[in-house]
Every structure is written in C-alpha cells, then in structure tokens.
Design a protein around this ligand. Structure first.
Ligand SMILES: [Zn+2]
Length: 393
C-alpha cells in the first residue's frame, strides 16, 4: 500500500504541475482541477488494491495521451518487481499495440516485455523476442546483454560467445575474460569425448584473454594425462605471470610433474625463489615445507616452518608444524600464543549477515549493503586470517 503511494505521489505531483502550468499558460482565468477524472479513478483503484481495474483505466488514458508511455513503463516495472509478471506483460503488450508509439518507445517496450518473460521463467519466449530485436540496426545493447544472460543460464556456450562478441567496445575488456571462460567451459565439456578439439578451444581462450589461468590449468592437465610432464611443467609455470593468486591451484600438479621428472630439488629452488618474491603466500610456504620434509627430513622441515611462522603467522602453517613433530613439544607454546593473539588483535569483530561486510567497529547501518541492523558481533573465525597476510594498518 505504502509502496503505491510512494510511487504515485511524485508522478501525481509532477503531472499535476505540468498540466497546471500548461493550463495556466493557456487560460489564466480558468480554475479547474489539473487532473482528469480518469486519473483519479485509476488512482482510486490502485489505492483500493484493485490493480487490474487500475490497469484498465491507465490503458484507456494512454489512448488519449501517448506521452504517458513512461508512466506505463514505470507502472509495469513496479508490477514486475513485485513478481506480478502477468500484469506487467499485459501493460507492455498493450503499449506495443499502440500505433502512435515512436520506434524507440516500441523498442523499449519490447525489451521490457522480454524482461517480463525472463522473470516469468519463459526463457524461450524471451529468447525469440530478443533475437527479433537483434535484427534492428544497430541492435539494442540490452537485447544482446539479455541473450547473453539466457545462453549462460542454458549453458549454451557457443551462442554465449557469439553474443559476448557482439557487445560494444566499452564492454570489451570485461567480455574478453568472459569469452575466455566460455571457451574453457566448452573445452571441459568435450575433453572426455573429443580431446583433439581441446587445444583449439584453449587457444581461443588465450587469444581473448592471455591471462586466463583456467585455460592454462586445463592445458597442463591434458599434458599430464598424456604423460608429457615436461610440457605440463612449462605450462604450469606460466600461472605466476598470468595471475599469482591462482598459484595454489597449480601447486599439486607442479609437485606431480617435478616428481615424475625426478627433479624435486629444482622444485625446491623454484619454490624458495617464488617465496622470496611473494612472501605472503602461505600455500607456497607449506608446499616448500613438504618438499623439505621429503628431501631433508622431518627435523629440517620443522626448523624451516618454525622460523618462517615467526614472521608470517598462519593457522595452516601452525597445524602443519604440529603434525610434523611431537604435539607436546614445549617449543610450540609461545608460537601458538603469538599467532592467536595476533588473530585476536587483527581479526574483524563484526560482520554483516547479509553481505558479509566485516569490520572492527560496530555499524548499525551496514556500509556494505546499506541495511539496518544486519551487522552482528561475531566470533573470530578463519576468514580473518586473510588480514594477517596483509601488512597491518
Ligand atoms: Zn551488509
């Protein structure tokens, strides 16, 4: 109820002002109501929660004045957002049937009708409608975007690629990473049935996005399956340049390759150098500890981790260290104490149950999602460890 008032009052105020102004300019002496009786009738139906009758009134109004198109679009939009898609569809279909509509207005109404179909879940009808809109020149971007959405939902990657390629240049950066992902989806789909097709798909992925780690990981997997560990290794080593954050995804297969090639010592060197370049990477530190254990024994691995954890504390490191040695080793006590106090000091105490925003102080109004009363005091949990890896403010 309140929603209708919020929506209608500005509309009423604005159209009243416009009508009054025109009226005043035309005839300064007349003092009639600026609203048509029909408008009040429509308003009344809405206020009495009889939206279907209100729609009838509005549709009749439209025949009188095609300048109310925007109002109708807004009204239909409101219906759609309330989940009343049938009413939205009715208004939009009626709009489209008006011969007085401009080309742009008709296109907008068709797009909105397509969106109604999407929220009603009739994707095939939405698809047909948007495909028809594509025949326009230039095709409306919204139609391309919606088709892209449909094809992603349907996991129709080939057609998703075609749509993403039709997006205008200012969307290109974004769409290039997306297209690369679609090629990876295609590659993963055919890998078991037609592995010969995979290299070409991965090549396409990297042609669109040279930084696509996923394509690199798939490529390395193929080499490993084929027993070509040298090539797999070379491929996996590219991940550092592509995006260092994905290194943890490559580490298990890197270990496999070095083991198969009998060059674990080279792996140890590589990891040591990588850790020098990126000292915050806990996953690399743990892998190095594992390799040291294999190469130089448990004591050496313990010494390495113990020394590393003083400077780069992590729960995972601590756990590995405990597993490596005697659980009752008194040397662990100060380390456990340090790491836990660091956690308590640096961890976030509050988090939003709606959007996940986390912070150190209480916010009754969440800065992340602007909701009230969704931020709660929380127990210190593992996600706060990420903060430990960043330099403290
Ligand atoms: Zn929030």
């Amino acid at each position: 109820m309140l929603e209708w008032l919020v929506f209608l009052l500005p509309v009423a105020a604005l159209s009243g002002w416009l009508l009054a102004r025109t009226h005043y300019q035309q005839n300064r002496r007349h003092k009639e109501s600026p609203f048509s009786p029909e408008y009040f009738k429509g308003l009344n139906y809405l206020l009495n929660e009889q939206p279907d009758k209100a729609i009838d009134v509005f549709i009749r109004l439209l025949e009188v004045n095609s300048e109310t198109v925007e109002t109708h679009l807004a009204l239909a939009n409101l219906f759609r957002r309330r989940g009343e898609t049938e009413r939205a569809i009715r208004i939009h279909q009626n709009l489209i049937a008006r011969p007085t509509l401009s080309q742009q207005q008709r296109t907008n109404a068709l797009i909105e009708l397509g969106l109604d179909y999407m929220s009603a879940g009739v994707l095939d009808r939405a698809e047909l409608l948007f495909l028809e809109l594509l025949e326009q020149s230039p095709p409306p971007i919204e139609a391309i975007k919606q088709l892209l959405r449909i094809y992603q939902q349907e996991k129709n990657w080939q057609q998703a690629i075609e749509m993403a390629e039709r997006l205008p240049a200012d969307n290109k950066n974004n769409s290039a990473t997306m297209i690369a992902q679609f090629y990876c989806e295609l590659a993963e789909h055919v890998i078991d049935k037609d592995s010969k097709a995979v290299p070409a798909l991965l090549k396409q992925a990297h042609a669109h996005d040279p930084q696509c780690v996923r394509a690199t990981l798939i490529e390395a997997n193929m080499y490993i399956e084929a027993g070509n560990f040298r090539k797999a290794l070379k491929t996996l080593q590219r991940v550092e340049q592509q995006n260092i954050h994905y290194i943890p995804e490559a580490l298990p297969n890197l270990l496999k390759c070095y083991q198969q090639l009998n060059t674990i010592d080279a792996f140890q060197t590589w990891l040591t150098q990588l850790l020098q370049r990126h000292p915050n990477m806990t996953s690399v530190r743990l892998m190095l500890a594992k390799v040291i254990q294999q190469q130089n024994g448990e004591q050496a691995a313990q010494d390495f981790l113990y020394q590393q954890l003083q400077q780069y504390p992590s729960i995972e490191g601590l756990q590995t260290l405990i597993q490596l040695g005697q659980e009752t080793n008194p040397i662990l006590v100060p380390l456990v104490k340090n790491i836990t106090s660091e956690l308590i000091e640096r961890g976030d105490r509050y988090s939003c149950k709606h959007c996940g925003f986390a912070g150190k102080t209480m916010h009754w109004h969440c800065p992340g999602c602007n909701r009230w009363g969704t931020v709660l005091p929380t127990e210190i949990h593992l996600s706060s460890l990420e903060k430990l890896l960043e330099p403290s403010q």
